[in-house]
Ligand binder design. Structure first.
Ligand SMILES: Cc1ncc(COP(=O)(O)O)c(C=O)c1O
Length: 333
């Protein structure tokens, strides 16, 4: 099967080391007694310790530059990987970066927050707002100062950012060649929806058959729209934005809520066990908030035989390891 070589026709600023490797987790699979597990190493995208946001940011920063912006504004939780990667992307592009971070200043900077500061981002401490709810006020202030801000939405998840994961499907299909036909499932952490929406659209665009399974990371306590509705709308609006004919319906969005435990960034046994198992069998570090939870979900699906021994699963490692250091206490148990 031949895969299109053309990338998406949107402004793009190269930021990452792409393609990222695909590795096979042979030792872990042997320990589990199957299935075959591949891992897409987006923890190795290269920009300031990597992660999935680099793919979205290549298109978002491309758009910001095309619009003549002189600074970018985004938001997230205090240990946001998205914010750290945005700060790095802005630095490479010679732009200022403003981050609306949930909470209040801690006594000691660590994990992603330490990196935000090293990367030169301006932090706007935002109390209960951990999804960039106060970005409009920050932008209004910047405009008053004569600046030209470009807003990057929470998690980089709009039609432009999601295009990065449409392109990621093309990348992995080209990488695996005929072996892609053996893939039964792609499993990953889903939180702001852009990764999920992009993978859904990429799968249709490139005629692939695997099941796209998002492990929900966030209970959505702040009363916003249900994530699955957001993913569905984003998959459809990304298709329109890219001029692709694809229409998704609710049943296309497989988002498993079973692993959110006590909520966003509350680390429990599921995450701890998955992180240790992957580290000790493969020498690969997951993160406590996203990929640890998603791998915990995959291990449970294997245990429940929802994923069979004869299947081939691709686990998409979306990054996040800088946050390990911010959760030292929870992970030392
Ligand atoms: C490490 C990591 N994995 C997965 C995700 C979820 O990706 P998305 O926001 O596209 O759903 C994030 C989002 O912040 C992340 O930082």
């Amino acid at each position: 099967m031949a895969y299109p070589t053309d990338s998406i026709q949107l402004p793009r600023r190269s930021l990452g080391f792409l393609p990222t490797p695909v590795v096979e987790l042979r030792t872990l699979a042997r320990y589990l007694g199957g299935p075959r597990i591949l891992m897409k190493r987006d923890d190795q995208t290269g920009l300031a310790l990597g992660g999935n946001k680099v793919r979205k940011l290549e298109y978002l920063m491309g758009d910001a530059l095309a619009q003549g912006a002189d600074c970018v504004v985004t938001g997230g939780a205090v240990q946001s990987n998205h914010c750290r990667q945005t700060a790095a992307a802005a630095a490479v592009c010679g732009m200022a970066c403003h981050l609306a971070l949930g909470g209040s200043p801690p006594a000691l900077l660590n994990g992603n927050l330490l990196l935000d500061s090293l990367l030169g981002a301006t932090i706007h401490w935002s109390g209960d707002c951990r999804k960039g709810e106060n970005i409009p006020q920050i932008c209004a202030g910047l405009r008053q100062e004569g600046k030209k801000p470009y807003v990057i939405p929470y998690g980089g998840s709009n039609e432009i950012g999601a295009a990065g994961f449409v392109e990621a499907v093309r990348e992995v299909a080209a990488q695996l060649g005929p072996d892609i036909a053996a893939l039964s499932h792609v499993v990953f952490a889903s939180s702001s929806g852009g990764t999920h929406a992009g993978l859904l659209l990429g799968k249709i665009l490139y005629g692939l058959n695997f099941q796209v399974i998002g492990i929900n990371i966030d209970k959505g306590e702040s009363g916003e729209r249900p994530l699955r509705e957001h993913i569905l709308d984003l998959a459809n609006s990304t298709a329109s934005h890219l001029g692709v004919s694809a229409a998704f319906s609710a049943e296309d969005v497989v988002l498993l809520d079973d692993y959110v435990g006590a909520g966003y960034a509350v680390i429990g046994d599921l995450e701890r066990e998955a992180i240790k198992l992957t580290a000790r069998h493969e020498g690969i570090l997951l993160d406590p908030v996203y990929t640890g939870r998603a791998m915990g979900g995959l291990l449970d699906l294997i245990k429940k035989k929802a994923v069979n021994r004869s299947d081939t699963v691709l686990f998409w490692h979306t990054g996040g390891s800088p946050a390990l250091f911010a959760y030292a206490e929870e992970l030392s148990r």
